[in-house]
Structures are given as structure tokens and as C-alpha cells.
Design a protein around this ligand. Sequence first.
Ligand code: BEZ
Ligand code: FE
Length: 294
Amino acid sequence: MRNVDEDTITQIVLARHAEAKKPRLKQIMTSVVQHLHAFARDVHLSEHEWFEGIQFLTEVGHITDDKRQEFILLSDTLGLSMLVTALNNHKPPGCTESTVLGPFFVEDAPQYANGDDLGNGAKGEACFVTGKVIGLDGEAVPNARIDVWQADSDGFYDVQYGERAETHGRGTLRSLSDGSFHFRSVTAESYPIPYDGPVGRMLTALGRHPWRPAHLHFMIDAPGYERLITHVFRSGDEYLDSDAVFGVRSSLIANWLRHESGTAPDGTVHDSPFSTLDFTFVLNRLEGTASRGR
Ligand code: BEZ
Ligand code: FE
């Protein structure tokens, strides 16, 4: 094909995909080409701007490694991650809503028993978390695998400290026979997503801040139920309405109660401040799985 011009190029590129073997790949790439071309036409993209875009994506690639995923940050800050989460997690009313996974989840985090301290020396005020995992009919979900991860009071996840022998503010535990669980950690605080790279520069250029409201991350797996990936956000946080990655759902906001001193839920007595949080997670049954009753 010769003499391709601005009016004919989109259809000509799409025609080249006619022999694509995988229908889903063909569908996705057709849409990508159509939207990219429509975008360039819409803003009348200059050659200089096109090259700036290429340089930006090159920097995103260069700073990405097994510890830092700038592409996920880019997706998160452009709202794409939350859009994909929302598109793929329609649940019946009453189920706990999903939100973004984020870049700091780690497979095979250490296992803890109920009552243990997942903070494991993380910086911050003590926080005692109690909760329950139930199904939509209110039935207890025992032995659910609960992954928890959170930033310390300086706003950093353990993996952001580089090589460290131990995890901090991260672990897995199992719900008990009545679906309950409890652990100790540190009180979550709002923190900025990593902004020392190209995504941070993009946010600054757009007049946006990099902050996320204080939250704990949870991933909950139980046989017969859909995996739940979510956060619990701390009520009153100043960034609840301007989360840098658009992850806040009203139903996920909970009260962290602050105590100046006193007896914590695990029976320990404290003469310094600590907080408590209680949250119930309601899982959606996997399609084709019968109700287990109450
Ligand atoms: C997080 O909450 O861990 C997170 C989510 C998206 C981008 C950066 C961090
Ligand atoms: Fe987080």
C-alpha cells in the first residue's frame, strides 16, 4: 500500500491485522489503533509532542525494575487500574467492594497466627485490628487466607527500603472457625505514591498531588468464594476525596478509634496511645457454588 495519508491510514493499519490468529488480540489491537489515531487527530499532535511522549514512556521503562513498577503507577494515576478493577468486579449489593492492588503486594508473605504483630518493628503507633470474614448470607468463612500489607508511619512499604531480611507491616493469617481474625500492626497514615520519577513529574505538571489517604491493604481467599482485593481507609483523612489513584469507595472507609492509653483488644495494657480498627469483609460466592447457610 502506497500514498497512505491522514484520512486513510487508520483503515489501512487495521487491514494489516486481518490475518491475526487470536480474535481477542485482534479486537484489542483494533481498538488500540483506533483510539490512538483518534487521540492524535483530536489534539492535532505535533511531532515534537509525539517525541516527548516517546521520551516519557522510555523513562517510565528505564526506572522500572523488579522493585519499582512505574508502568503500574502510570496506569494507577491515569485511573486505568481503578477502571479495570471496577469493570471486572461487579458484585451483588452487600459484598465488600474491591479496589486497586497497587504495586507493593508481595507473594508468599510470612504467615502469622491471630494475635501476632504483623508490624514486626515497623515505625508507627500500635494499631489493633479485629475483623470478620463472612459470606453474603452472613455465614462465617473459616480458614480464609488473609494477606495484609501497609506502609509505616513514614509512608514507606517494607519493599521500598531495598534489601531487608525481614518484612514489616506485611503478613498472612487465617480466619478462625467463626470467621474472625485479629492482629497487631501500626496505625496507617496517608502517604505519597513514589513521585521521584517520570510519573511524579507528570503529576506536578498537571497540578496534581501524589497522596493516598491512610489505608490497610487486604487480599482474602477462601474456597467457594471470589478473591477479594481491597483496602480499608481511615475516616477523616484529608485525601479521601483526592486519592492520587482514585481507589476510595465510601463503603471501605472505617473509624480507627484512638486511645490515649488503656487495655488493648488483646488484653495488653498500654500507657502510650494506640488505635483500634474493626471491619467485616463480605465475600461474594463463586458462581455455581451453593449457599452454605448460616
Ligand atoms: C498502594 O496503595 O500501595 C498504591 C497504589 C497505587 C499506586 C501506588 C501505591
Ligand atoms: Fe497502599
